[in-house]
Design a protein around this ligand. Sequence first.
Ligand code: TNX
Length: 518
Amino acid sequence: VALLTAGAEVVVFTAAEPARAASIGDVVPAPVSAQPASGTVYTLPAEAGIFTEAGSAQAAEVGNLLAGILRPSTGYPLPVSAAGSGTPSGGISLLLSGADASVGQQGYRLDVTSASVVIRARTATGLFNGVQTLRQLLPAEVESTTVRPGPWTVPGGRIVDYPRFAYRGTMLDVSRHFHPLATVKRYIDRIALYKINYLHLHLSDDQGWRIVVDAWPRLATYGGSTQVGGGAGGYYTKAQYQDIVAYAAQRQITIVPEIDMPGHTNAALASYAELNCNGVAPALYTGTDVGFSSLCTSKETTYTFAQNVLAELAAMTPGPYLHIGGDEASATSASQYATFMNRVQPLVAATGKAVMGWHQIGASAVQHSPGRVTQYWGLTTSDSLVSGAVSKGAKVVMSPANKAYLDMKYTSATTPGQNWAGYIEVQTAYEWNPGTYLSGVPESAVLGVEAPLWTETVATEDHIETMAFPRLPAIAKLGWSPWSTHNWTAFRQRLGAQGPRWTVMGIDFYRSPQVPWA
Ligand code: TNX
């Protein structure tokens, strides 16, 4: 027997019954507003249809994704068709009209009565986000890939919901350990459920270069041929990268590709001798040190290289950002660093993209470039590189390492993981406010949050699952929900209710003792 509490309500169910939401507000991230209609329940009938805004191919695509989730577990046909005019009755409707203006570009309204489920939004993104809420309100077994008995109930009421921050991200380091296409796609499926809308791919580092660049083919074929520990490594072809971009876009997730420069470049330096100041290519590197490599900032070839790489990457990336790294460039002097960044940032702008970089790009000698985003990964709550960049107009993505780093161990007993930024149990990941965390950085300068998953120790998909769940949903909550909903006691309860869903989805999550798992 398990207990789910929602406000004053206490719902008891036995193990034989499917785990289900007790109330319409039982969603992660917590919605802006949820008004339960107590006693009202919608039960999906076998003959239900999914009706999407007439004339909108994007709304139909969201409807098809929803059907793709519901059909295997319910066994129902769930045809997707254009909604008629007039009041929706029966089935699930996804409409682009009638949403409150307050929901903005990413929000939605969800109405659940005993007769129907209606999601209204102003964009397909909003509809998609509403669908993620609906998934969580259905019993956990709805995520099953085989037919389950149901019943497929949704608690009644109304949600009006929209994000606090526009950017809610996670990063996957595919350089230290290469992670194949199928793993990246499954990660995308899982993060979408928590309304994560950016996936940052760390595509290059000392240990491996993971994306084909036609002008510099040895980057992938040689620079991608190993990884931490000496394994085979790997890389994405352009077609595979574009497949990831498209798969993510369908799930309303934007890819942010990172080429880390001028440090973290041993794989490139090993692939092309001419990128080294001494003209000698170093050996490939399979250890875990940082800060020892640098592109040769005084060679013209370096800038041809950067231009070629960034232009080829931009051509396959519809998203607004190219991330150029810029962290831990300890083998580059401060003046070489500024010279390099002041030449490379305009190369990004020339592709039509905005610069994103780790917060070291906020060095005062590095010029501001329009739309620049700096990603904070420090351990303190005051940082002059960040506040300096903000004073010039930069926006900030918050990834404080001692809160948001998914490669940190939960406790000393966690494997895999590191601990240089400390241990990060779920409550630690949850207890900080991205809008007020850094002095000199007002909430208006905070674009959002990102939880990076570095992979020196994270070698398998199981490792990814254990490190990201349940901390990533905590970070997603900070990025989406209004601060007024911040409450650890309520959150741990909501998080615990996600456990059965993760089990059905095959996610090998960390059963933190801080969370009352359902
Ligand atoms: C620091 S955070 C790094 C990475 C490592 C990570 C391991 C940052 C911008 N640089 O190179 O992978 O620590 O936790």
